[in-house]
Design a protein around this ligand. Structure first.
Ligand SMILES: Cc1cc2nc3c(=O)[nH]c(=O)nc-3n(C[C@H](O)[C@H](O)[C@H](O)COP(=O)(O)OP(=O)(O)OC[C@H]3O[C@@H](n4cnc5c(N)ncnc54)[C@H](O)[C@@H]3O)c2cc1C
Length: 337
């Protein structure tokens, strides 16, 4: 059992990290609990190497760099994050909430749900032969593209992640082959065109209508894979040091559905105060629904401010809802608090 905090934030995506900064700015104690092993939510898990162009103040910023800067900003205040912890339950005890994960219990005066599209995990390859190779030659998460420098890479998938990584790894890897079950690609047209140009220039191999059939090994090391043509059923072998299945993510809001909140299509309906209808529980970011809602990082930031201010005032009614301007706050060494 941890020390009780004012605000416990479910989700360490951009909304949750910014909320923890904002809580610190208000003088509230806060903590983040997230299922994933790293902070950043979708930015870290789905598109760390992509540029984002619509975050105010940044002409462009790599998703992973935005997460780094958000964490640095939040780190100005005592900021604890408990990662790899999936929130499975919410109970009320002794006049406060307790968020329960599979391994721990987090007592808290209020809850801010910034759970995005829910807890997500990469969709796995359906072929059983792949199971034993996850983490040892088959990787569904590219945390550091440098790890694949000089390697022969096979990417499996036909969506944005598959095409993006094909494009991103081409100059680092010794060879990149993109394999997809059909010739219909869900990726953005411009990225498909870029990869097609690389194929025409002989820098990338594109194999439509193929799927994984077997994994080849030498002394416990993955050395290649066998692919099967889904139309002719013929097989072919290609050398590989690493296989990257990029098959999208499965997301699930899971236990949040059972907390008596007003849900619409797996989103939490909130009012303009980011209240969920259950006193002491607020929501912000992609998980929320209201008329005109935009699922953007910028909107999540603004909603985080509202939710934290409301939660703080709810816990400490004598405290003002509106903190005033940060440029005047004593907490930042300014005069006029
Ligand atoms: C490919 C791609 C490109 C994008 N490009 C842009 C862009 O250019 N500009 C833009 O503004 N937006 C963009 N977006 C959307 C943007 O990423 C989202 O709006 C943003 O990530 C929402 O942030 P969030 O913090 O609300 O949720 P998320 O980023 O989804 O984070 C939620 C976190 O909650 C955690 N969580 C969920 N349930 C639980 C639980 N039960 N217990 C513990 N943890 C839990 C998850 O693990 C996750 O880490 C893009 C999205 C994608 C997929």
């Amino acid at each position: 059992m941890h020390e009780i905090k004012d605000i416990t934030i479910i989700g360490g995506g951009p909304t949750g990290i910014f909320a923890s900064f904002y809580a610190g700015m208000r003088g509230a104690t806060a903590q983040i609990v997230d299922t994933l092993p790293q902070l950043g939510g979708q930015l870290t898990a789905l598109y760390p190497e992509k540029y984002i162009f619509d975050v105010a103040g940044f002409p462009k910023v790599l998703a992973k760099d935005l997460v780094h800067d958000l964490a640095e900003q939040a780190g100005q205040f005592k900021f604890e994050s408990f990662l790899g912890q999936h929130v499975v339950d919410l109970v009320e005890e002794d006049g406060h909430f307790v968020l329960v994960t599979e391994a721990d219990r987090f007592p808290t005066r209020s809850v801010l749900i910034a759970a995005g599209i829910g807890a997500f995990s990469p969709r796995r390859l359906p072929q059983q032969c792949a199971d034993a190779w996850y983490g040892k030659g088959i990787f569904d998460n590219v945390a550091d593209p440098e790890k694949f420098r000089g390697q022969k890479i096979v990417i499996i998938g036909g969506g944005d992640s598959a095409f993006d990584w094909c494009h991103q790894l081409r100059d680092r890897a010794a060879a990149v082959t993109l394999v997809h079950r059909s010739d219909k690609y869900r990726a953005h047209g411009a990225t498909v065109a870029e990869v097609q140009a690389a194929v025409d220039a002989g820098k990338t191999v594109l194999l439509p209508f193929h799927e994984l059939h077997d994994v080849l090994e030498v002394d416990g090391r993955l050395t290649g894979i066998v692919l099967r043509d889904v139309k002719t059923k013929e097989t072919k072998t290609i050398e590989a040091d690493a296989v990257l299945p990029m098959l999208g993510f499965i997301s699930d809001i899971g236990p949040l559905a059972n907390w008596g909140l007003n849900l619409e299509k797996n989103e939490i309906v909130v009012n303009s105060l980011m209240e969920t209808g259950r006193p002491g529980i607020y929501a912000a970011g992609d998980i929320t629904s209201y008329p005109g809602k935009l699922k953007l990082i910028a909107t999540g930031f603004a909603e985080a401010c509202t939710a934290v201010n409301q939660a703080f005032h709810w816990i400490y009614p004598e405290k003002k809802v509106n903190p005033g301007h940060s440029s005047n706050l004593a907490v930042f060494g300014q005069k006029d608090d």
